[in-house]
Design a protein around this ligand. Sequence first.
Ligand SMILES: [Zn+2]
Length: 315
Amino acid sequence: MSASGHGRWVVALAGAVLAMALGEPVAESGSAPLRACDLCGGAWEEIGRAATPHGGREEASGNGKAPLLRCRRCGSLRLDVSPAAVIAYLERSRYNDPEDIDTSRRARSPFLAWICDRFLADLPPRATVVDFGASFGHLGELLMARGHSVIGVEVNQRACRVAEERLPGLQMVADLGALAPRAGTLDAIVALDSLYYVDSPRAVLGQMAALLRPGGRLLTRNTNGSLRALAFRLSSRGSSFATRPLGDACWGFSVAGFTAAVETSGFEVATVAFLEVGKQGGWRGLYYRLSGIIADLSRGRLAAAPGWLMVAVKR
Ligand SMILES: [Zn+2]
């Protein structure tokens, strides 16, 4: 090694020591480690490592695992992967593959029809509704058939183009920021199985609150973080709960943590429901229904339901 080579190493080492002394993290490649729960500000504890379909921080090393974090205050789960990796995953995921459009439509339509009947039947006539995570616009199709106008938000540009070609009248945008000129005017925002991919749910909830008119409605569907944390702790090595407790989601929200984030973003929580109809068929569908009924009857204390729905109203 040359003298100048030694010099660079000494400077780099001194910089690293100084950074540690000042409490600054030594920069790694990728984004900085997560410091506090985005929902409630609670501290994270790492409860294990989970396989990631997104390509985690260690993907380059071929490990393919990411830290699984649990909030000590609200109990929510979070997989520590970079936002860029999640967006790249959504670009290639089968949900957004045009080859699979009929399969996804058939699989989703009983659930989406139930959602419309159960939670969106009393929207004002000709309401303006945003579908956050719209994919090919399957929910928008049902809402437009009921006379509403729909704007789909979808990060996958290929899915946006296919949705607009299939459904004349459906407007698609890449992110909520594109809707800023309509602030304070929207009647409803629906986010089914989509908020658990975003890096900062609170930032997105704040954007949603700004877009809705007072009295406007937010309907979300999320996976059950409390159930998944429990299943992760109890499951044996090699089971899918032990290897991929959140499926392909980055968050498993606890009701308490998500409620805190929704309320501090300018909403009033109206309904939390565990019963979901049409989400899955066959035996899984039966499990969804039975566990949902039990969770609803116990007001969430026996929350063995895989997911839950929330309706919140903009103050
Ligand atoms: Zn929390």
